[in-house]
Design a binder for this molecule. Structure first.
Ligand SMILES: Nc1nc2c([nH]c(=O)n2[C@H]2C[C@H](O)[C@@H](COP(=O)(O)OP(=O)(O)OP(=O)(O)O)O2)c(=O)[nH]1
Ligand SMILES: [Mg+2]
Length: 312
């Protein structure tokens, strides 16, 4: 008889001082043999996921984990079993990694992760690894050369901005493109990824890093509008939106509003969690959030938080 409970597997993403990520190569005789993986293994009875993570890292790669936080949970059905891959981001560890079970281990630069062959469940996890925990949505510039807007942008870049969505409903396409080009120039030295809340054609014409689709734009699409490695992100409000986003190959999404101006329209953390549990791609919480909400987002299966009022 088929086993209906998914096999709970806890794995960890560890970065060294250069930002490279620890990978291990699964033994050729194991399930998913000869593929690269994030070290980890099956949760044993009575263990909390964090205890599994600590034990598996000790057993497999001789690393002692001091602090970790949830990154993403993905359910994947292999022919032999459904697996719940519970992936953690390791924030503090000690020790020097080596393959205690005879497996190869390697530190891999993030931009090379997509070139490695992993088990099928891992592909959305790679996006979660490549994305930061904060997705900043810009405020509206008043005009194409709004000095206050660019001052704020430079401040954000100095504060470590990594992922930006440029939103400016009041600018026409010409003004929007001029502004986007200036943003891209300012963001280039620190490799900030800039997604445009406009058409995929505009993304290609100005050389941005991807598109952010509104819920309406998402629902009108039948296929992914840009090729990888450009990002395709979208705004979602319901589980049906999420399923559509996944069916066309969206890379990540924002889900909210967690706290809407009218409380009766708020999604809330419990509903957010229900959605992230069935989602197979990274989900940012959005809507009335502040930096202090980050640990709630992580605890409820989110990649992190997105927003503008309080974050920009
Ligand atoms: N550790 C790990 N397992 C993964 C990844 N991706 C993925 O699909 N899996 C699957 C493969 C296996 O079916 C399962 C993990 O099993 P495992 O063989 O690592 O478990 P374990 O360390 O407890 O090994 P063992 O004691 O059974 O030998 O999860 C990943 O990135 N890391
Ligand atoms: Mg293992």
């Amino acid at each position: 008889m088929a086993n209906l409970t998914p096999l709970h597997v806890v794995a960890g993403v560890v970065r060294n001082a250069q930002g490279d990520i620890l990978l291990a190569r699964r033994h050729v005789t194991k399930e998913q043999g000869d593929l690269w993986e994030f070290p980890g293994g099956k949760r044993e009875q009575g263990e909390e996921p964090e205890q599994t993570l600590v034990r598996e890292f000790q057993e497999e790669v001789d690393i002692t984990i001091q602090r970790a936080r949830p990154l993403i949970r993905i359910r994947h059905t292999y022919t032999y079993r459904e697996v719940l891959l519970d992936v953690w981001s390791v924030e503090q560890f000690s020790g020097t990694a080596w393959g205690r079970e005879g497996q190869s281990v390697e530190w891999c630069a993030p931009h090379l992760l997509r070139l490695r062959t992993f088990p099928a469940a891992n592909y959305p996890i790679i996006n979660a690894v490549l994305l930061p925990a904060i997705y900043i949505i810009s405020t509206e510039p008043l005009k194409q050369n709004d000095p206050q807007f660019f001052y704020q942008l430079e401040k954000q870049i100095d504060n470590g901005l990594q992922l930006l969505q440029f939103r400016a409903g009041s600018l026409n396409d010409y003004e929007y493109c001029a502004c986007a080009e200036k943003i891209l120039t300012l963001c280039e030295p620190t490799k900030v990824q800039v997604l445009l809340h406009r058409t995929p054609q505009i993304v290609l014409s100005v050389g941005a890093h991807g598109v952010h689709l509104s819920q309406t734009a998402l629902l009108n699409l039948k296929e992914r509008p840009l090729k990888k490695p450009l990002w395709v992100a979208s705004s979602c409000h319901t589980l049906a939106d999420i399923q559509h986003a996944q069916s066309i190959g969206v890379d990540f999404l924002t889900l909210g509003a967690i706290r809407a101006p009218e409380p009766e329209n708020s999604l809330g953390w419990f509903n957010f969690f229900t959605c992230t549990e069935s989602a197979k791609i990274p989900v940012f919480a959005v809507g009335g959030l502040q930096y202090e909400d980050m640990s709630f987002a992580w605890a409820h299966g989110g990649q992190g938080i997105a927003g503008r009022q309080h974050l920009w």
